[in-house]
Design a protein. Structure first.
Length: 306
């Protein structure tokens, strides 16, 4: 018995902030932002819990299930709405379910961690038949909107998947790690806003993700040429291009939504998954790579067959 993705759902707040909007109150331009990040606009004004409930509801419907079919809930978020209870408890209440639920905070690398945590739970004796894994972040609530280095990058959004036990789908390889000595290059103190050393994050991210993917591929016993679909964390198109170039994976195999969403942290990989699903490339047997990196500095890569 293995695990497959049975349904995918996404949610974005209505308010759109374009690059031109940002240029009205800071020294930047649409061309400058697009050249350095690939981002054209982002959505803001979302609530972590509300977006998570909306995305989860869509994923459950796509799986042709009801909330009562869910046996556990994992919410990957770095923008909880309260110190406690966990935001996952409020998401469960919004869905009308009482199964186990937990928050998982690995910032932008959260979704691969959540995916493997759910997979492990489901494949142990007595594990739930279905787990809802959600990435939801209201990054606009922790952005300094006068800081050109961060305000141009982040947005709000949510993505959710229903994982269920199935003969279809297999986890082939995984790699996770963290270098806590790099905490100072990207962090957000309690009650404050994001601080980032952009150049350092870029350099370290490319190195960490490339190494992580190589490790996951080695564990899976396959090469980069065997990858059919790449679902990368949507932080910066230049990082994605640099990583795929180093690995020898064509950019055409990646699915990217950041032009319209910006960096939505834990939501970005399931959003990319939704785009790949809409494109019809997530066929049974396809080899799919998910890889993310975030503050910590943390990273995680997962290789699965669809």
């Amino acid at each position: 018995m293995s695990v497959r993705v049975a349904g995918i759902g996404t949610a974005l707040p209505e308010k759109v902030v374009t690059n031109d909007d940002l240029a009205q109150h800071m020294d930047t331009s649409d061309a400058w932002i697009r050249e350095r990040s690939g981002i054209g606009e982002r959505r803001v004004g979302g609530s972590t819990v509300d977006m998570a409930v909306e995305a989860a509801t869509a994923a459950i419907a796509a799986a042709d299930l009801t909330p009562d079919d869910i046996g556990f809930l994992v919410l990957c978020t770095t923008t909880p709405e309260k110190t406690f209870p966990a935001s996952s408890a409020m998401v469960a209440a919004g869905l009308g379910i009482t199964c186990g639920a937990m928050d998982l905070n690995v910032v932008c690398a959260g979704f691969p961690y959540g995916y493997v945590a759910a997979y492990g739970m489901m494949t142990t004796p007595g594990g739930p038949d279905r787990v809802l894994v959600i990435g939801s972040d209201a990054m606009s609530t922790i952005v300094d909107w006068t800081d050109r280095g961060t305000a141009i990058l982040f947005g709000d959004g949510a993505g959710a998947v229903v994982l269920e036990k199935s003969p279809q789908g297999e986890l082939l390889g995984q790699d996770f790690g963290v270098n806590g000595d790099l905490e100072s290059i990207l962090y957000c103190d309690l009650g404050d806003t994001i601080v980032m050393e952009g150049r350092q994050v870029f350099k370290r991210a490319v190195r960490a993700v490339t190494g992580s993917v190589e490790n996951a591929l080695a564990q899976a016993g396959i090469s980069a040429e065997d990858i059919d679909v790449v679902l990368p964390h949507q932080a910066n198109i230049r990082i994605i291009e640099a990583v795929t170039q180093r690995l020898g994976i064509p950019m055409e195999k990646t699915f990217n939504v950041l032009e319209h969403t910006g960096n939505t942290s834990g939501a970005s990989i399931p959003m990319a998954m939704a785009a790949a699903d809409e494109a019809g490339v997530l066929e049974p047997g396809a080899v799919v790579l998910m890889s993310g990196f975030g503050a910590g500095m943390a990273w995680g890569s997962v290789v699965v067959t669809w």
